[in-house]
Design a binder for this molecule. Structure first.
Ligand SMILES: [Zn+2]
Length: 366
């Protein structure tokens, strides 16, 4: 047990200046008090742990490797990057995945993330065959989280198609479930795997509308777990939206909204290309939006209409996605700056703690 004096701590009600914070041997805060004696004074501030709402651990192995600024004979866009990512996905074995994820999760913790939602679609071996233990790779991620000491939500993902109405491609073979029954078996095995770590829980989801057929998606929404979060990539790239319109006659968000399936359990990643009706519909549905500003900038995706969404009561969180930025403060700054560039205004974030923050700064300046 040790007591520190810090310059400030951010709590539910706002900032508290110069508190004494007692921490037990497990690193847990046991007491926050305004007076006392400190074992050590820290010239800094304490923030609550950040939640990383979207991660693909294996992509940490290629972080930075796709940044080649030379003349090339092909267009360097999201779809070209995706091919480089497939190459990495095909090359990682279970031991390597655990090592990559362990280092990644330690780095996340070091940067201030204390929980991670792992959007996990790398399920099979390099030939596309299931491992003897079918949640082998999910279990490796759980084990990595346990080693690092980060809380994890393992989200085994249903992946089936190579695009709207298209068969899966050979290099997607490690991701694929044969059908929904096959996927439900994976979920069952994964549920057993999370029991190895007390700070692990489960979610489930579908990679994207382009990666699953209509009947499978409807069945997963209907028959999937009733008490777990549902994750889904929504509308990251313009091509994804136009392909969806060509195939279904509806945009991705519109397709979900028209089926009335969205609720507070849904977590929609990359809501980059939404029209105003879709922004309004998602906010009203209580579904959460997950934004990955650094990755979305890196891949040339686009910028979400956050201000409009927020004004309509929409809830959102951030994710590290392709792992090129593991610092939540930088992630939020990039998010903020993107909004400034889009709207030609400055501060875009609303604060529930305006008055407390004002008091804090007045105290600091006096
Ligand atoms: Zn993603």
């Amino acid at each position: 047990m040790k007591t520190y004096k810090v310059k400030g701590i951010l709590q539910q009600k706002g900032w508290l200046s110069n508190p004494f914070v007692t921490i037990d041997s497990n690193g847990k805060i046991t007491k926050i008090h305004s007076s006392g004696t400190s074992d050590e004074d820290i010239d800094g501030y304490l923030l609550p742990g950040f939640q990383n709402a979207h991660s693909h651990a294996f992509q940490y192995a290629m972080s930075g490797l796709a940044e080649i600024h030379t003349q090339r004979s092909y267009k360097d866009d999201f779809w070209a990057w995706r091919h480089a990512m497939y190459e990495v996905a095909l090359s990682v074995n279970p031991e390597q995945l655990e090592s990559i994820a362990s280092m990644l999760y330690v780095e996340m913790l070091r940067n201030g993330y204390t929980s991670v939602a792992e959007f996990h679609y790398l399920h099979h071996d390099d030939k596309g065959l299931p491992y003897t233990h079918i949640s082998e790779l999910g279990e490796r991620l759980i084990s990595a989280a346990k080693t690092a000491g980060i809380h994890i939500t393992l989200i085994p993902i249903f992946y089936q198609k190579g695009g709207f109405g298209l068969p899966a491609e050979s290099h997607q073979r490690r991701f694929l479930s044969k059908d929904v029954d096959d996927y439900f078996c994976l979920l069952e095995a994964s549920a057993a795997s999370i029991k190895h770590y007390k700070n692990a829980q489960m979610g489930f989801g579908i990679h994207s509308l382009r990666a699953a057929d209509k009947n499978s998606m409807e069945r997963i929404f209907k028959e999937g777990p009733t008490d777990a979060p549902i994750h889904l990539h929504l509308a990251e790239q313009p091509k994804e939206v136009t392909d969806c319109v060509d195939f279904y006659g509806e945009r991705p968000a519109q397709w979900l909204l028209n089926r009335g399936v969205l609720n507070e359990r849904f977590h929609l990643i990359h809501c980059t290309h939404l029209n105003p009706q879709e922004v309004k519909g998602i906010a009203a549905s209580q579904a959460q939006v997950i934004l990955c500003p650094t990755t979305e900038g890196n891949l040339g995706d686009g910028i979400f209409s956050l201000k409009v969404f927020q004004n309509q009561g929409g809830k959102w969180s951030i994710g590290t996605d392709s792992q090129i930025n593991l610092n939540p403060i930088e992630e939020l700054r990039i998010l903020d700056y993107g909004q400034r560039v889009k709207t030609h205004n400055r501060a875009q974030f609303t604060s529930e703690h305006k008055r407390d923050a004002g008091n804090f700064w007045r105290t600091e300046k006096s």
